[in-house]
Ligand binder design. Structure first.
Ligand code: ASP
Length: 309
């Protein structure tokens, strides 16, 4: 049994491991872990306390996928409910759909009796305001101002983050869950890779599971999580599959490969794992059943410009 997560998921791993140790499923484990992260007000990239869109509204995206069946559920642009991961699971289990967004997702939350609340904390509001103030010059034409705001939203170093959790349970099943407030100052309604099955997450018990954080538009364009799993299907090790999928991003047109910020976590069908990144300094967390607590360590670095993997 193993749980692997982006570094900010470490706070949720004990909850996932408790589920697995109790004989629970990988699906229950990843949802449990992500709910802890969604509750964490100090994490400004996920759930309650997440950074808002350009209008100051927190909009959350999440997805969940079960490797045994490849059933999946996702929600996007959810406002006012702190646990989009549970909504994503509801979409998977109760609706004949995979992705539900906006008002439709809120309706689902309402129906589940979820508490509606303001998710914007003072700390997140301050950062949002500072971002706007940095670009607020009354002499700036509106078009240029919007362009500058757009630059804020696409500067993943400064404003992005997401939680990824993958679990491999005692029965050998995989599940993956992803939750995010997306890019701060994003255009209202913008969805990144996190709610896109195949882009931000993918799980197939036969080969493995993967999930992404980073520049979501690129993971959507390249189908990055699915590509990692596809690499394992072709016989690559979990590590080689991660490296291949990150290298693939350098071939997307219109961007300098040196600016690609992408991180993947992956687990293969027998529970071996890898976490890789295009940038030094990024960590991930994991815990096996033999470990008393999660450990956080460095990711494998795959440099896309001017360096070797
Ligand atoms: N991938 C997320 C998104 O594009 C953000 C992140 O992980 O940094 O919404």
């Amino acid at each position: 049994m193993i749980v692997v997560a982006s570094a900010n998921g470490a706070v949720g791993i004990p909850a996932a491991m408790a589920v697995l140790r109790d004989g629970g499923s990988a699906l229950d484990a990843v949802e449990a872990a992500v709910r802890v992260v969604e509750d964490n007000p100090d994490d400004h990239t996920v759930g309650y306390g997440g950074y808002p869109n350009v209008l100051g509204e927190v909009e959350l995206d999440a997805s969940i996928m079960e490797g045994a069946t490849r059933r999946a559920g996702a929600v996007g642009a959810v406002r006012g409910y702190r646990h989009p991961i549970t909504l994503a699971r509801r979409v998977m289990e109760a609706l004949p759909h995979v992705l539900v967004v906006g008002d439709g997702a809120a309706r689902l939350a309402d129906g589940m009796g979820m508490v509606k609340e303001d998710l914007l904390t003072d700390a997140a509001r301050r950062t949002w305001q500072q971002g706007l103030e940095g670009t607020l010059d009354p002499t700036t034409p509106m078009a240029e101002w919007l362009h500058r705001i757009g630059r804020l939203a696409t500067d993943p170093e400064h404003v992005a983050g997401t939680v990824n959790v993958i679990a491999h349970d005692a029965a050998g099943h995989l599940a993956v869950a992803v939750s995010t407030s997306g890019a701060a100052w994003k255009h209202p309604g913008r969805l990144g890779d996190s709610p896109m099955i195949g882009a931000g997450n993918y799980a197939d018990d036969r080969y493995g599971a993967a999930a992404c954080t980073g520049w979501g538009e690129l993971a959507i364009r390249a189908g990055t999580a699915r590509m990692v799993v596809e690499g394992m299907r072709r016989g690559l090790s979990v590590e080689a599959a991660c490296v291949e999928a990150l290298h693939d991003l350098a071939h997307l047109g219109g961007i300098d490969p040196a600016t690609v910020l992408m991180h993947v976590v992956a687990v293969d069908a027998v529970g071996r794992h890898c976490a890789a990144t295009t940038r030094r300094g990024w960590e991930y967390a994991h815990q096996t059943e033999a470990m008393a607590e999660p450990t956080v360590g460095p990711r494998l670095v795959v440099e896309l410009a001017g360096g070797a993997s």
